[in-house]
Design a protein around this ligand. Sequence first.
Ligand code: ZN
Length: 502
Amino acid sequence: MSAQTEYNELLAKLAEVNDLHKAAALLSWDQQTYMPPKGAKARGEQLATLSALAHRLFTKSQVGDTLQRLAEASAELSPDENKTVELTQWHYDRATRLPEAFVKECSETEAQAFEAWTVAKKNADFKTFQPHLEKLISQARRRADYYGYEGSPYNALLESFERGMTAEKIQPLFAEMAARLSDLTARILASPNQPKTDWLDDTEWAVDRQWDFSILILREMGYDFDAGRQDKSAHPFTTNFDLHDVRVTTRLHPKMLFSGFRSSVHEGGHALYEQGFLDADRRTPLAEAISLGIHESQSRMWENMIGCSRAFWTNYFPRLREHFPQELNDVTLDELVRAVNKVDRTLIRVEADEVTYGIHIVIRFEIELALLEGELEAADIPAAWNAKIKEYLGLDVPDDGVGCLQDVHWSYGAFGYFPTYALGNLYAAQMMPRIEKDLPQLWEQVGRGELLPLREWLRKNVHEVGSRKTAPELIASLTGRGLEAEPFLAYLEKKYGELYRL
Ligand code: ZN
């Protein structure tokens, strides 16, 4: 069989696996949006069946043999074809290195741990969760051994979410970020120029008008409603079944005008990424995000750097006022921009603002790293957590429910996931000077509500790349440098220096 014939057969197989995953994604979307509660049991069974089928189809030994022959015939394949083979090999290794018995053991532990975590969090009782956490950590260490790694065992887990990134690269960047953000937060809170937000907090913001405004913004960002839709869900998310069907959800609250807006813009940033893959890459591993961190760079660039900028609101404040004429009658542009960028210390990661958010991530990263490297055990987590919150944010943690039990991630064994949130901020900020160089009118355009030039830049330089590069490769190709914390920290220090007149 020629290499080309064999490659086409591989593509056909990948397309089938892809379709099963996308069908599962659609069932999962429905589960989080419209499914009636009594449908949960059957939906769980259907999802488990589809994912088992996809796994079985993909991990067949013939796939491994085909990949090996194609790797040897690389001279006969195009660069994109070789990249597809390489990525498929990577996915194949990840899917086949864990023994079946171990995978089963992990999913049982995770199911029980999730139940225990729900109770533990509600009662702020770490002891209930601790034995489960001990098992989860031991399994995470074993998983790292099965995957294999260079340097820290943490790298094996990080690789699942952020291919090409290592703990050794992240550590110095995060240490610098924690120190600088901690200092910036203290200076902001000590400033006499605090934003006035009573107009925001004391008003009922009709959710149907919030909804209309969010649709308007998504349209202006260039989100294609013929290839997507927005719905409501308890936790906002983006999902795709194809690049021509990318859906977002939002959550609206009558007391929080900007929470739903930010959700929509954030998920809109994710969605533009997925709508921006190339048609030619459909149903192959090339039409996938580079990493969770790069995905997050897109959402956070739109949400924070664009959606919370003065330039953006110069154009959109009058549009927002058309939706809320009475409520915003006495509010000035300056008050609005300062309110949407209000900084405050909080114990809760998901409530944190742009400045303090990174601190919450550094704390989780440092703890996870110590756990994986055997320097910390489950029992030590609460003390370590509380000490770091005190050190970086100056806050006392009253109980573990608002401390180390607040996030769901560890209960399903997702160690190595948290850094991707903060990496997204770093990637976005490092891309921005290059964007400003290529689009010298960027901020004037944003100030006129012309958001499409930015979308086009991102489409060409990030979205259409698909998975052809790793995150470090993409950043190097765009900026000529390795990943740095400086652009993000400089951006925050400038922006908040002005807002709070520091
Ligand atoms: Zn996101």
